[in-house]
Design a protein around this ligand. Structure first.
Ligand code: CA
Length: 524
């Protein structure tokens, strides 16, 4: 059954992935649909945390929830990064270090602390206006989850089936992702034999899923990051139905819920999920060493990137005008960007300027802001954040299977103290973005300046229009903007390389941007 899915994916890849025809399940009318309600502003700069490697509050070497609470001012404060949401990788009990295989959806893994610790984190986050986004893994459970062990017991003891129906059991080995169990049965484990896939056709399980969402939303969680969203069913139409249902159920509980899904695939495969009611899908095409952002830097081509930014926003808006793009450079599954930028701080700064200022929500993977390294096996990508190279307070040990430990000349404290550090560049960029709400919220319109190196677009929100221009070349660029392209003045400028204070100029028609510079103009 999976074969068809892969064939469809292959087709998207062949066709260039940008303009896939909408599937039958999503009516084309969504192109002009208006949002039926206006939820609270969901635009955020989100900090992704692997809790185990973040901050250790009690000296056992394991990062924990109290550690996150202790470091909220670093994540969200004016003297810190200035983010306003946190995506926490799974915190529910699990036999693995990464916890993407849950054994209890209503509890906190003891390695990370207690439910009281979690409630305290929520309360402290709320005080600071920080939204907590919980990783929710619904495609599968742990094979040690009582639902699964009960399901196997039902088979073994010839009992009436209840939990049996929560999973995909078959009397034959349907394909290579099916594993033998009791009574001659096989069960589906798409990712691993210790991760049995859930059967979302079961009404009792769906009711349980609603309970789980309600449990966390009632506590004050602001939303969910939805793992493996395209794997819940074998067919796209079934997945779209499931997530439409899930989004509806969450909105009944909290109309302001924010939902971001991992559809780790091409643009063509991602787009249909816009229109299900999920707020965001991660923009994989812009991320990673082969993605649009790193590719634009490598090719010194900002012009194409600006067109891609406009086009991607149009594709999203065509499906759901209230949806929000979700940008990132790297995440817990990918090599960190410090590696593919060869630890070149100027390139990392330029990349930060590019992805943080693309309209939508930015996801900053913990450590990205200091250029933390990590590549190869997953454990290496989830290595400890380095707080200081001299002060060991809060320092975690990281996953035991790590084969490479980040070697850094500076940690967070040292970079906070160095004025021109990558961390301070992140802080400045986020401050600029927050000072001009149009940057996150506007619909980007590319401006073709005729200069290949320049990534230039404008966005309007409310009564503010902002022009963003980045120079991706190592040479200064001076361009004449098309007549009537923009009226306004320079509001902020940053440069990833040394540049004279007056290197940015704008006279209403001619714009100069130094090498690796970023300029924000604001007007009406
Ligand atoms: Ca600890």
């Amino acid at each position: 059954m999976k074969k068809l899915v892969w064939a469809v994916i292959a087709l998207f890849m062949v066709t260039g992935c940008t303009q896939a025809a909408p599937p039958a399940a999503v009516p084309i009318e969504t192109a002009t649909a208006q949002p039926t309600e206006t939820p609270a502003d969901a635009y955020r700069n989100v900090y992704e945390i692997y809790v185990g490697s973040f901050y250790d509050s009690n000296g056992d070497g394991m990062g924990d929830l109290r550690g996150v609470t202790e470091k909220l001012d670093y994540i969200a404060g004016a003297d810190g990064l200035g983010a306003d949401a946190i995506w926490m990788m799974p915190v529910m009990p699990s036999p693995t270090y990464h916890k993407y295989d849950v054994t209890d959806y209503y509890a906190i893994d003891p390695a990370y602390g207690t439910m009281e610790d979690f409630d305290e984190l929520l309360a402290e986050s709320e005080k600071r206006g920080v939204r907590i986004i919980l990783d929710l893994v619904l495609n599968h459970t742990s094979s040690k989850h009582p639902w699964f062990t009960e399901a196997v017991a039902e088979i073994r003891e010839g009992r009436e089936h209840k939990y049996f129906n929560y999973y995909n059991f078959a009397e034959e080995k349907v394909n290579s992702t099916y594993y033998a169990t009791a009574g001659g049965y096989y069960y589906e484990g798409d990712f691993w034999d210790q991760m049995p896939d859930l059967n979302m056709d079961d009404a009792e399980l769906r009711a349980e899923i609603v309970n789980i969402a309600e449990f966390w939303l009632d506590k004050g969680v602001g939303g969910f990051r939805l793992d493996a969203a395209m794997h819940v069913y074998d067919y796209e139409a079934d997945n779209l139905e499931f997530w439409t249902w899930f989004a509806d159920e969450c909105k009944k509980i909290n109309p302001d819920v924010y939902l971001v899904a991992e559809v780790w695939d091409t643009d063509g495969a991602i787009m249909p999920y816009y229109g299900t009611g999920l707020t965001s899908m991660f923009n994989f095409g812009f991320s990673g060493p082969a993605g649009s952002v790193a590719g634009a830097i490598r090719r010194k081509n900002g012009q194409t990137l600006a067109a891609q930014i406009e086009n991607y926003a149009k594709l999203i808006a065509g499906r759901d005008p209230s949806a929000i793009n979700a940008l990132f450079l790297s995440n817990h599954d990918n090599d960190r960007s410090a590696g593919y930028f060869a630890n070149d701080e100027a390139k990392m700064k330029l990349a930060a300027a590019l992805y943080l200022l693309i309209p939508g929500n930015s996801y900053i993977y913990y450590g990205e802001e200091i250029g933390l390294t990590g590549r190869g096996i997953d454990e290496n990508k989830r290595a400890p954040l380095i707080w200081s190279v001299t002060d060991t307070a809060g320092q975690t040990n990281g996953p035991t299977a790590m084969t490479e430990r980040p070697q850094m000349g500076e940690g967070v404290l040292e970079q906070l103290a160095r004025e021109d550090s990558l961390l301070n560049y992140y802080r400045e960029l986020i401050a600029v973005k927050n000072a001009h709400p149009a940057i996150a919220r506007g619909v980007p319109v590319a401006i073709d300046t005729g200069e290949k190196a320049l990534c230039c677009y404008k966005v309007t929100h409310g009564d503010e229009t902002v022009l963003v221009a980045h120079n991706l070349s190592e040479e200064p660029a001076t361009v004449t903007l098309p007549a009537d392209a923009f009226a306004g003045e320079i509001a902020a400028s940053l440069c990833a390389l040394d540049a004279a204070a007056d290197a940015f100029t704008w006279d209403g028609a001619n714009l100069s941007v130094p090498a690796y510079g970023t300029v924000i103009l604001t007007g009406r």
